[in-house]
Write a new protein. Structure first.
Length: 340
């Protein structure tokens, strides 16, 4: 039985990856931060099948301990301060966790079990002010947020430990991936949660920032399969994981309201833009500059050809299915008093 250690197990990707590895017969270990109220986050439903170890990415001793206890064959480093907007409010904590935390994990592996295979959760945010469209493994990086800068360190230190110490270490450069388990501060879930509330008469209007920014959105369930595939190859390497489609935030809003039977009519422009419910004439979307970022990533669209050719990876859940699943789930949670 193979053993896997997942950092960030309580998050969106941690939960889908845990399900995938349990299905494949792995013994799954996960590191968890101590909180004042015990909270298993997205793995509450499978908590009895997981071996939890209290640890923190900023505490190398705790990561060494996690390696000693788990004796993991595969380590998936998904833990991060993952919300870009917060990285301007907490740049140092973001760097400690998302940059130095990666070195901490790599050192723990090197010290305890250097033959363990390592996956690093790199990100399309590293492309930032994009130098090429679409972005691929060879596209130069230009991060636009403290989060992107910290993740770029994590990306390069992973490559460096592969080259310096011959570790089997890979980075997945994953483009935005969402799901029913996405945190509610991220724009997709913020939208689908608001659509459910507006549909059920519990909210009047959704306030958003930059409606023009474009993202390449896939489903997390598809993306965790790519993480696993990367660690099953003969040689370690880095891969872009994306859908090769891009849409504006405004298009996501349209698609989400459509799933609830509401058609939006857009009016105005810039900070004065608003969306009306075509049927009732009520304003249900407006722009609030408080959600603008100090520096924006205008467009992301990835080319997953390398992953498709070398890993045999394919995206299975389409954009429309992703949006529909999220909206239906939020309406279900709200209708049944289950939303958090
Ligand atoms: P997420 O839902 O925000 O989960 C982040 C996880 O990291 C949580 O389990 C969180 O634990 C944990 N964590 C945060 N700080 C920690 C620390 N100091 N020590 C230990 N654990 C800590 O993120 P996600 O969407 O699943 O993303 C997974 C990874 O992929 C992240 O590294 C993210 O940056 C990266 N990524 C995500 C995307 C995307 O679109 N989703 C795209 C590219 C890359 P708590 O429950 O204690 O907060
Ligand atoms: O959903 P977002 O917060 O995701 P963002 O910044 O693209 O980051 C996500 O994807 C990265 C991969 O590229 C990950 F590495 C990262 O961990 C995270 O998962 O924002 C998406 C876009 C941005 O351009 C933002 O300015 O939506 C725009 N936006 C417009 N209004 C908004 C809002 N974003 C949020 N969160 N809230 C708004 O009201």
């Amino acid at each position: 039985m193979k053993k896997a250690l997942i950092t960030g197990i309580t998050g969106q990707d941690g939960s889908y990856l845990s399900e995938l590895l349990l299905e494949k017969g792995y013994e799954v270990y996960g590191i968890m931060r101590r909180k004042s109220v015990v909270d298993y986050g997205n793995v509450e439903h499978i908590k009895d099948k997981i071996n939890f170890i209290y640890a923190d990415m900023t505490d190398v001793i705790s990561l060494i301990n996690a390696m000693k206890i788990s004796q993991a064959d595969e380590v998936y480093n998904l833990a991060a301060q993952s919300f870009v907007a917060t990285s301007w409010e907490q740049p140092l904590a973001t760097a400690d966790i998302d940059a130095l935390g990666v070195t901490n994990m790599l050192e723990a592996i090197r010290t305890v079990k250097p033959d363990a295979r390592f996956y690093q959760a790199s990100t399309s945010e590293m492309f930032g002010l994009v130098q090429e469209i679409p972005q691929k493994e060879t596209t130069p990086f230009y991060p636009r947020s403290p989060y992107g800068v910290a993740k770029l360190y994590g990306h390069w230190i992973t490559k460096n430990y592969r080259e310096s110490y011959n570790l089997y270490a890979c980075s997945g450069i994953l483009f935005n991936h969402e799901s029913e388990r996405r945190g509610k501060e991220f724009v997709t879930r913020k939208i689908t949660d608001a659509v459910a509330k507006i549909k059920l008469g519990k909210l009047d209007c959704l306030e958003l920032g930059n409606l023009d920014s474009k993202r390449d959105w896939g489903h997390s369930m598809d993306y965790v399969k790519a993480m696993w595939l990367m660690l099953q190859q003969d040689e370690p390497d880095d891969y872009v994981i994306a859908t090769n489609e891009t849409r504006t935030v405004r298009e996501f809003v349209d698609a989400a309201f459509n799933c609830a039977g509401i058609e939006i009519e857009w009016n105005g422009s810039g900070i004065n833009e608003f969306g009306k419910d075509k049927a009732t004439g009520k304003t249900i979307v407006k722009v609030n500059p408080k959600f603008f970022r100090p520096a924006e990533v205008d467009i992301l669209i990835g080319d997953p050809a390398k992953a498709e050719n070398k890993l045999g990876w394919r995206r299975e859940i389409s954009f429309n299915e992703l949006v529909e699943r999220m909206v239906k789930n939020d309406i279900y949670l709200l209708s049944n008093g289950l939303e958090k």
